[in-house]
Write a protein that binds this ligand. Structure first.
Ligand SMILES: Nc1ncnc2c1ncn2[C@@H]1O[C@H](COP(=O)(O)OP(=O)(O)OP(=O)(O)O)[C@@H](O)[C@H]1O
Ligand SMILES: [Mg+2]
Length: 611
């Protein structure tokens, strides 16, 4: 099924050059941070830099080193070669760096394909975002804002979407903002699994996606097809997934009548930043639906593992119960996965160690929308958006801070109290670590001021400590069986790398760059809020020692190096990040600076209030 011709004009040369320059700046920054590239300073002040590659290519640029050690590169300053030509070719940069980065020919070409898709998407995003100031972006509803974001801040090829062509992007990618309706299948109950949160009935899931007329139409389609609710459940499928994957891979199931294609029904949905979580455009507070997409994007095939579909309601229900009961988690809302469905493939499922992309093709998660149940005046914003800049380089956070009337330190205190502190508490008290990256965390704003956090995505992005915490005893056994148990240092990484190095690193840099807000103050403020929390919970002293956020050194985790090293061969597991040399911990650095300052300056720097 070919969709309508996408409204995509060819990218003009100036935009193409701008997008490519930005991608090269990001690639050098992140690959140097991962210690795969070694730029050298050209002046004592370390503002002018040079990158010499094994191929003989040379790149020069202006940059400052930030507190995490990464280089904040001015893209417009990037030049290459002996004649200092402007840089305008990101794939060409990777070709120049291929030997240094040790990228195999096969990996290079597929990575280049990912980059080309990313650049095409970025060109569209930059064009659509151009008229918006940071202030205007800050005022947008979450779903509208998600159309205009740059995406994963660490991965240069973050919109690889291998498997999608032009029309697929235009119909289903968030930056096009196109709303589409879901495809529905009737799925044999003796093959599919459906987990529901206690008290929930299937009818509620239908109501979340279809109005009364559409429910009637869907039920009529079932009658015409001769399927009864007793034998089959109703399962939404992403329309791309149906035509590109399910129709062929599950053709035997369709022929046997165990899967019955019914057609397209219900409300229009729009893709969030993760592509596969869809929000209802008619009723924003209605359940989100997360659907498998067998495309490779940002390192992983975006299917849904059956084992997590089964435990979703029980696990997220338990997390929500803990959050509701514990006053220290008052700002935190768990977006519950109220239902999960899965239909295993009849053959691939039985192949031990089959590549995971083949085992996760058909299923669904119904998840609470962050728009649901909000207090008056409150609104959600995907946390990664805070560091997003407008065309003039102003970050959304800068606009929110200005609107709030608060100082930077006061606004950041609210942010850390709303997000970092509850995440830290969840880990210390319950032994649950969330990979709290900028797409998994949603800040709840009261007007322009952070007032809370919504967390989601517990399929593999949440782990339990490997010790016998009494607090974990109430977790249902089925959940305990599935979730991974990890040593405390591993959970700590979810917070330090997943949140601090992958979200706050970009926020502190953006605020330093645009607003001149000192990064040491940023992390001193964070340290002060965490210490304040510790002082209020002496009963958790042992846990704070176990999960020590203030050590001088912390692991450096590399995702791009791994992507380039492992290539694209099929695997039965998602890729695991690599370790580099240790990083200087900005929280420790900030506390050292504070300790060396006099008491007055210390108070001013940490923004330490007793809120
Ligand atoms: N700021 C960001 N940080 C991390 N990932 C981002 C960001 N913006 C966009 N993304 C995209 O979101 C996805 C994050 O992957 P992750 O596994 O957390 O989510 P998911 O399971 O696909 O979906 P969901 O979180 O909606 O349940 C990737 O596809 C990534 O490219
Ligand atoms: Mg996610």
């Amino acid at each position: 099924m070919l969709g309508p011709m996408p409204d995509r004009r060819p990218v003009d040369a100036a935009t193409w050059a701008e997008i490519n320059r930005a991608a090269v700046a990001k690639a050098i920054c992140e690959l140097a941070y991962e210690e795969a590239l070694s730029p050298a300073p050209l002046d004592a002040a370390q503002t002018r830099w040079e990158l010499r590659l094994a191929s003989g290519a040379v790149y020069r640029f202006h940059a400052v080193r930030r507190i995490w050690g990464q280089l904040a590169i001015r893209p417009e300053s990037l030049v290459c070669g002996q004649r200092n030509l402007p840089v305008d070719d990101a794939v060409g940069f990777f070709l120049d760096a291929r030997e240094t980065l040790d990228i195999s020919p096969a990996t290079f070409c597929t990575y280049a394909r990912e980059l080309y898709n990313t650049l095409l998407a970025d060109a569209h995003i930059v064009a659509v975002r151009a008229p918006y100031t940071a202030d205007a972006l800050a005022a947008l509803p979450d779903t509208a804002l998600q159309r205009l974001l740059d995406g994963h801040p660490k991965a240069p090829a973050n919109k690889g979407r291998l498997g999608w062509g032009l029309a697929d992007h235009a119909e289903h990618a968030p930056e096009f903002g196109g709303a589409f309706r879901l495809f529905w299948l009737a799925a044999a109950r003796d093959r599919a699994t459906l987990s529901l949160e206690p008290g929930l009935v299937e009818e509620t899931l239908l109501k979340a996606a279809l109005d009364e007329n559409e429910q009637t139409r869907l039920k009529e389609a079932c009658e015409v097809a001769g399927v009864s609710p007793a034998s089959h459940l109703l399962l939404p499928v992403h329309p791309w997934q149906w035509q590109a994957q399910i129709a062929a891979h599950y053709a035997g199931e369709v022929a046997a009548g165990r899967l019955v294609p019914l057609g397209v029904f219900g409300d229009p949905f729009v893709a969030q930043q993760s592509l596969r979580t869809l929000a209802n455009t008619r009723r924003p507070e209605s359940l989100h639906i997360k659907l498998p997409l067998t495309i490779l994007n940002t390192s992983a095939w975006r299917g849904v593992p059956g084992k997590y579909m089964k435990i979703g309601p029980a696990f997220s229900g338990w997390l929500a119960e803990m959050a509701n009961r514990d006053p220290a988690l008052r700002p935190l809302k768990v977006l519950r996965e109220v239902a999960g469905a899965f239909y295993p493939h009849p053959h691939y499922e039985r192949v031990p160690d089959a590549p995971y992309q083949f085992c996760e093709m058909l299923g669904a998660i119904w998840r609470e929308s962050p728009e649901q149940g909000l207090s008056p005046g409150h609104r959600p914003m995907m946390m990664g958006a805070l560091a997003q800049r407008d065309a003039r380089g102003r970050p959304i956070a800068s606009a929110l801070i200005a609107r709030s009337g608060l100082s930077h330190a006061d606004w950041l205190e609210r942010l850390f109290d709303a997000v970092a502190v509850p995440l830290y508490h969840f880990m210390c008290r319950y032994g649950v670590g969330f990979i709290a990256h900028g797409q998994n965390v949603t800040v709840i704003l009261d007007g322009s001021i952070p007032a809370g956090v919504a967390i989601k995505d517990f399929q593999g992005d949440a782990d339990l400590v490997d010790q016998d915490f009494a607090e974990l005893a109430s977790l249902p056994p089925a959940v305990l069986q599935v979730l991974k148990r990890r040593p405390p240092a591993h959970l700590l990484q979810h917070l330090q790398t997943g949140h601090f190095a992958s979200v706050l690193r970009f926020l502190s840099e953006a605020l330093a760059d645009h607003d001149g807000f000192d990064e040491t103050r940023f992390y001193a403020t964070l340290a002060a809020r965490l210490r304040h929390h510790q002082s209020r919970h002496p009963e958790l002293a042992d846990r704070f020692a176990l999960f020590d956020l203030f050590q001088p050194k912390i692991p450096r985790i590399a995702i791009n190096k791994v992507r380039l090293a492992i290539g694209y061969g099929d695997a039965n597991q998602r890729p695991v990040p690599a370790l580099g040399t240790q990083l200087d911990n900005p929280l420790h650095l900030a506390e050292m600076v504070l300790a060396a300052a006099g008491p007055e300056r210390r108070h001013a720097m940490s923004g330490a209030s007793a809120r």
